[in-house]
Design a protein around this ligand. Structure first.
Ligand code: ADP
Ligand code: MG
Length: 263
């Protein structure tokens, strides 16, 4: 099925109410180790959800299962109109549809050191969307402007600060015009000051209406930017709800224990 024409035919109002992401009973095991157990989660267009929880609770694995970098071992992942069922590996066409809809940003920016900042961003447009070089670079420059780094276009990443490199990684992820952005602790490797730069950029993406699922330990970001907070522990969702309520008045003992330890 041609996803985009299907979505357009469905009309804008329907699109706004359609979940961008829906996880039904998603599970992941590595051998006998259960890392994710019965994860259910829905994000609608424009929603921002923070995933918090102790180290090893399964947040990175969950993000990787959405993107199919790790295949889930049970359940179903739906992104836009695409549905991927555990045990039925996606076709190449489905994987490529998925990769066009989901942008991912990791703890480490992972830029190509030998390419300019602009090429780091524009290459995604050529490789994933098949744009020509001139068009890809014009769009890449606009994206660098969006993240406040047009002046860095012709530098190599090593000349950029850590915070700038992470903002370039965000520009690269935005290049494909994803419907959903996944962030895995994007500020965890940064000092406070560059961390704030990156969080400010993420806040402005949220203000622009980007749908975002963010694994983070930045509780202030979780509280003030996200619509909802999901608390994970031992591979399960132990609490989810409105950000302020979950952070300041969690109802489950497990979430309370985690928050007492970090607040
Ligand atoms: P978090 O991001 O919340 O810290 P992770 O998703 O990284 O948690 O890890 C959850 C659990 O899954 C941990 O116990 C980790 O050791 C385990 N795990 C993650 N990846 C693998 C893997 N490739 N093989 C085996 N175990 C893994
Ligand atoms: Mg992690």
């Amino acid at each position: 099925m041609n996803l985009d024409s299907g979505m357009r035919a469905a009309g804008v109002t329907v699109l706004a109410r359609e979940p961008v992401l829906r996880l039904d009973a998603v599970g992941k095991r590595f051998g006998a180790l259960v890392v994710l157990d019965d994860i259910n989660l829905t994000l609608r267009a424009g929603e921002v959800v923070s995933l918090i929880g102790p180290g090893g609770s399964g947040r990175s694995t969950l993000l990787r299962c959405i993107d199919q970098l790790e295949p889930p071992t049970s359940g179903r992942v739906r992104v836009g109109g695409l549905s991927i069922e555990a045990g039925h590996p996606p076709t190449r066409a489905e994987l490529s549809d998925l990769r066009r809809m989901v942008g991912m940003v990791f703890r480490s920016p992972g830029l190509f050191p030998h390419l300019t900042v602009l090429r780091n961003v524009s290459l995604a447009l050529e490789r994933v969307l098949g744009r020509g070089r001139v068009e890809a670079e014009a769009r890449g420059l606009a994206l660098l402007e969006r993240v406040g780094l047009a002046g860095r276009a012709h530098h190599t990443p090593s000349r950029c600060s850590d915070g700038e490199q992470q903002r370039i990684a965000i520009a690269r992820a935005l290049a494909i015009e994803p419907r959903l952005m996944l962030f895995d602790e994007p500020t965890a490797a940064l000092d406070p000051e560059p961390g704030r730069e990156v969080l400010a950029l993420m806040r402005s993406l949220a203000d622009d209406g980007m749908t975002m699922l963010v694994a983070t330990h930045e509780l202030q970001f979780a509280e003030t930017v996200s619509d909802r907070v999901v608390v994970m522990a031992e591979g399960r969702v132990v609490e989810q709800g409105a950000s302020r309520q979950v952070i300041h008045d969690p109802r489950s003992d497990r979430a309370r224990r985690f928050l007492d330890a970090v607040l």
